[in-house]
Design a protein around this ligand. Structure first.
Ligand SMILES: [Fe+2]
Ligand SMILES: [Fe+2]
Length: 288
C-alpha cells in the first residue's frame, strides 16, 4: 500500500475513548471522528506507536529476567516483583485506552477480535498478579520464594507468547494501514497513560480550591494499584487527566517524562534485540 493510501485515525482521544464493551459492538466506521475539546499536555514523545509498545514490553521483560536470574540478590526481589506487577497492570490499562480501540476502529471486525484476544490474555495474567501481591510472601523464606518465582515463571511463560503475537503479528498488521502521523499520535496517547503509576497524585480542590493539595490516588501503593479493577483504573485515569488543568499539567508531565526516559532504553534496541522481542524472547537476552 502506498503511504498516501494509509489511514489516518483521528478518532477518540484518550479522555473520551469509548468504554471497552462498546469496542466489540462498534462497526468498522470512519476513522476520522474529530476529538472533543480536551485538556492537552505540553509534551512530545520520541516514539512511534510500535516502538512505545515494544519499549514497554522490553522494560517489563527486563524486570522479569532479573527476577528469574539466580544472580539477583534476594533483597532486591520484593521491589522487582512489585514493580513488574504494577507495570503489567498499567500496560493492560494503556493498551485498553489506546491500542484496543484503535485496532477496532481501524481494522473493523478483525481488529475488534484482536483487541478482545488481548483483553482476555491480560485478564488471565491479572489473576496471577493478584495472587502474587495478595499472598504477601515472606521474602526471607526460601520455600515461599520458590512459590513466588514459580508464579512469575507461569505468568511470563504465558505473557512471552502474548507479547510475541502482539509485537510480531497484531501491531505490524495494524501499522500497515495507518500513516506515520497516526502512529505518532497513538504513541503520544500511549505516553500520556504512563502517568498512571501507583504513586500518581491528583489535587484535592474540593477541600480548598486555593491550595493545590496533592492526594495519592492509590494510598496503599502497589497493592492497591494491582487490586484496582480495569474499569476503575480507567475512571481514575480520566480524573487525573482532567485535574491536570489545575497546574497546567506540570505534575503529570514530570511523571510522564520520567517514564519516557525509563522506556527509552527499550527504544534504542538493536535489530537483533527487537527481532528477539518479537519472537517472544524479550529483554533482548535470550528466552525468558
Ligand atoms: Fe497486550
Ligand atoms: Fe502489550
Amino acid at each position: 500500500m502506498k503511504p498516501s493510501a494509509k489511514k489516518r485515525f483521528t478518532g477518540a482521544t484518550i479522555i473520551d475513548i469509548m468504554p471497552r464493551d462498546d469496542i466489540l459492538v462498534k462497526q468498522p466506521t470512519s476513522v476520522a471522528t474529530p476529538p472533543n475539546s480536551t485538556f492537552t499536555l505540553p509534551f512530545s514523545t520520541p516514539f512511534t506507536f510500535p516502538e512505545i509498545i515494544d519499549a514497554d514490553h522490553f522494560t517489563i521483560n527486563g524486570l522479569a529476567r532479573r527476577i528469574r536470574s539466580s544472580s539477583t540478590p534476594a533483597i532486591e526481589l520484593r521491589s522487582l516483583i512489585f514493580e513488574v506487577c504494577w507495570r503489567l497492570i498499567r500496560h493492560d490499562l494503556s493498551e485498553d485506552l489506546v491500542m484496543r480501540p484503535a485496532f477496532a476502529n481501524v481494522l473493523g471486525k478483525p481488529g475488534a477480535e484482536m483487541a478482545e484476544h488481548d483483553r482476555r490474555d491480560h485478564m488471565r495474567g491479572r489473576e496471577i498478579l493478584l495472587k502474587l501481591v495478595n499472598s504477601e510472601p515472606d521474602f526471607e523464606d526460601p520455600a515461599a520464594m520458590r512459590r513466588v518465582l514459580g508464579m512469575v515463571g507461569d505468568l511470563f511463560d504465558e505473557l512471552g507468547e502474548h507479547m510475541a503475537i502482539e509485537s510480531g503479528e497484531h501491531i505490524p498488521k495494524f501499522c500497515t494501514v495507518i500513516d506515520q502521523e497516526t502512529s505518532q499520535r497513538l504513541a503520544r496517547d500511549y505516553a500520556m497513560t504512563l502517568c498512571m503509576t501507583p504513586y500518581i497524585t491528583t489535587f484535592n480542590v474540593d477541600a480548598d480550591p486555593r491550595m493545590l493539595t496533592p492526594v495519592l490516588m492509590f494510598p496503599g501503593g502497589v497493592k492497591t494499584y494491582v487490586n484496582t479493577d480495569l474499569t476503575v483504573l480507567r475512571r481514575i485515569y480520566n480524573e487525573v487527566i482532567k485535574d491536570a488543568k489545575h497546574d497546567n499539567g506540570k505534575r503529570i508531565k514530570e511523571e510522564i517524562e520520567k517514564e519516557i526516559e525509563r522506556l527509552k532504553v527499550g527504544k534504542w534496541l538493536g535489530y537483533n534485540e527487537r527481532k528477539a522481542l518479537r519472537e517472544g524472547k524479550g529483554g533482548g537476552m535470550g528466552k525468558l
